[in-house]
Design a protein around this ligand. Structure first.
Ligand code: CMC
Length: 435
């Protein structure tokens, strides 16, 4: 018997099965052969929320949740945040290697020359109410963009895929800025090819009547680093959505809008907006103990705390705290920072949070920085979606070319009724039903 195997005995039948262990995993399909008889479907694995299921092999992002390690293509996030531009990291994530100077120039040129939006996008945008949420406008507009590029359905054509990848990375900031200007009733600003990815985004957000927009370099760099920290995070809810929708061979614009929809939820990328609402609600440090008590009483969650994978610290949160100091030197201190720091201090001493290994995650401090830079809270999740587009597209590309992948299709354990006799309308009795 090989050492790298798992032996399972089915006590219902006394049969023993041997299964290979590869990379710390056993294949779920190997359990299907465990049957009580010829009519038995075979054993399935029950794993709601995919707590312990690897859905793919991936060489993009490595996370060690216990040690607080995050690497893109093997490079620690701290080094990339220190030394790289966002588009340099995007290149690394997509292609697996850091670009040379020439490769980076070419890549930056290509992304920069795809930032313009088709003029119909303005018309989609104008259809939204003035108070529409920017994240919802972003999601809807990316969906609408699929009508502009019908050839994007050619997902098995590498040339078409690469073109859509460049377009999506380039156009997400343009759509995001448009949604922001729409909500303020300001005219849309066209991209400026002289500027870097983040400076151009700031230009499209905030340029008014000045002939050329000049971004504050400290704030532009802070945004760049925040983008780097958000670029990928392996198989989270939105990335799994991207892969699942992509596995049906849907076009990548629709995959991105599906992934962004998942991101918008308050338990995922929407948490950064919720953190600011929470800090507003707490208002003063004196209210923190009562707030913590209500969290411990199960009435609410402490937003920006906890993570499915990180159980010691979120390395992104550590880096974000440092960026906050640099930003606040330019913008002045966000008054909510003191409440956030005190909340963190109290929570980290509390048995409830210690025993559940709940620590600040990436969303706890990012909103404070975004707000200091000048973003409204409704824009925070949009700021997450822009860089995460790189990760979503890399994961989609990896999935499409992986011969082991097929259309995503989980199984279920059916718990409902069977073989009921149809009841004609006249014979039906009212039954109380719950939504
Ligand atoms: N506040 C209070 N209690 C919490 C929190 C929290 N933020 N997070 C988890 N818990 C409790 C949870 O109630 C459970 O307690 P018990 O064992 O008594 O039932 C225990 O901790 C384990 O939590 P879980 O719900 O099983 O953990 P999960 O891995 O399913 O959820 C999470 C991870 C991020 C959804 C969750 O921690 C959470 O809802 N956090 C707040 C929202 C948030 O900040 N989300 C951003 C995540 S990071 C950015 C991203 O990747 O999107």
């Amino acid at each position: 018997m090989s050492a790298s195997t798992l032996t399972v005995t089915d006590n219902r039948t006394g049969s023993t099965y041997e299964m290979p262990i590869e990379d710390g995993t056993v294949r779920a399909m190997d359990f299907r052969k465990i049957k009580t008889g010829a009519d038995d479907f075979g054993l399935m694995l029950y794993d709601p929320a995919f707590m312990n299921t690897a859905s793919c092999r991936s060489s993009i992002t490595y996370i060690d949740g216990d040690r607080g390690i995050l690497e893109y293509r093997g490079y620690p996030i701290e080094q990339l945040a220190e030394s790289c531009s966002f588009l340099e990291v995007a290149y690394l994530i997509l292609f697996g290697e850091l670009p040379t100077a020439d490769q980076l120039d070419r890549w930056v040129y290509e992304i920069t020359h795809h930032t313009m939006l088709h003029e119909t996008t303005k018309k989609f945008m104008e259809g939204f109410r003035h108070d529409a949420h920017p994240m919802t406008m972003l999601i809807s507009s990316v969906t609408a963009l699929s009508t502009v590029y019908p050839e994007a359905t050619e997902v098995h054509d590498p040339t078409s895929r690469f073109l859509q990848i460049k377009r999506l990375i380039a156009k997400m900031p343009s759509i995001a800025a448009m949604s922001y200007r729409h909500s303020l009733g300001f005219p849309y600003v066209y991209p400026d090819n002289d500027l870097s990815y983040t400076e151009n985004f700031m230009n499209m957000l905030w340029k008014m009547v000045e002939p050329k927009y000049a971004a504050n370099p400290v704030l532009a760099r802070a945004l760049e680093v925040l983008f780097i920290l958000h670029a990928d995070h392996e198989q989270n809810c939105s990335t799994s959505t991207m892969r699942a929708v992509g596995s049906a061979l849907a076009n990548p614009y629709l995959c991105i809008s599906s992934a962004a929809s998942a991101l918008s939820g308050p338990l995922h990328g929407g948490a950064n907006e919720e953190v600011i609402k929470m800090l507003d609600e707490i208002d003063t440090a004196a209210n923190i103990p009562a707030y913590i008590a209500s969290v411990k009483g199960g009435k609410r969650k402490l937003m920006g705390f906890g993570h499915r994978v990180y159980k010691n610290f979120d390395p992104r949160a550590t880096l974000i705290k440092k960026i906050a100091e640099q930003v606040f030197e330019v913008t002045g201190r966000n008054p909510k920072l003191d409440i956030a720091l005190e909340l963190e201090r109290i929570a980290l001493q509390d048995e409830y949070f210690i025993s559940r290994k709940l620590y600040p995650n990436v969303d706890f401090y990012s909103g404070l920085i975004y707000q200091a830079i000048g973003f409204k809270p409704e824009m925070f999740t949009v700021l997450f979606a822009i860089p995460r587009t790189v990760g979503w597209l890399s994961q989609w590309q990896e999935m499409i070319v992986d011969p082991a992948q097929k259309i995503a299709r989980p199984r279920q354990v059916y718990t409902g009724a069977r073989n009921r006799r149809f009841i004609p309308m006249a014979e039906r009795k009212p039954v109380e039903v719950k939504a």
